[in-house]
Ligand binder design. Structure first.
Ligand code: COA
Length: 167
């Protein structure tokens, strides 16, 4: 399976509607504007010209205030997602490898990410690729909009992990 990973750009937007739903009240245009300003990176994995996975990185530090107080300025990978029918083919791992290579070119040698206690599979994946627990417990609070358009506040118990990366 040929997996290509690259940064998202405006020309990709039409291909991303199935894969990426707007989140935290932000449109994909908002995300691309922040990417242009250097605040974040928005990374897409393609298989046979179909967008199958994505992830975001916030370069200036974790989104959670609590995590930032414990690990100041530790860049954060978030929203790593692969289409359900494409999971377990190495796409998530390739997205992480690409993100880590971008970090190295920025002179960054530690990356962080948060994972819910309920998400055992993602936690196992992150451990396998070298991430270790650094904050045992914090709460990620965000709004989820259901199919009827009703907004629900979600509060997830998470752990924060980090990895020493090298060129
Ligand atoms: C977590 C997630 C992004 C992982 O993506 P993925 O593409 O399935 O990850 P990978 O394929 O790289 O690795 C996962 C599995 O595939 C296996 N694998 C890795 N490379 C492989 C390859 N080349 N061929 C076959 N299997 C492979 C791994 O051993 C691993 O095993 P598992 O299925 O027992 O977990 C994906 O499951 C997902 O989108 N989950 C829902 C959203 C989510 O929870 N995101 C995480 C937020 S913290």
């Amino acid at each position: 399976m040929q997996i290509d990973v690259r940064m998202a750009s405006k020309k990709d937007l039409d291909s991303l509607t199935e894969l990426v739903s707007p989140s935290y009240g932000r449109t994909l245009d908002d995300e691309l504007e922040d990417q242009d300003r250097g605040i974040l990176s928005f990374v897409i994995a393609w298989v046979d010209s179909k967008a199958c996975g994505y992830g975001f990185v916030r370069w200036d530090g974790a989104r959670s205030k609590y995590v930032r107080s414990k690990c100041p300025r530790l860049p954060e990978v978030y929203r790593l997602t692969v289409l359900e029918n494409m999971q377990s083919n190495g796409i998530g791992t390739r997205l992480m490898q690409y993100i880590e290579s971008k970090a190295v070119t920025r002179g960054i040698n530690v990356m962080g990410l948060g994972v819910s206690y309920a998400n055992v599979r993602a936690y196992e994946l992150y451990k396998r690729i070298g991430y270790r627990d650094v904050v045992a417990k914090y709460y990620d609070v965000y709004n989820h909009v259901d199919k009827k358009g009703v907004v629900h506040e979600v509060k997830e118990k998470c752990r924060y992990m980090c990895k020493q990366i090298h060129a």
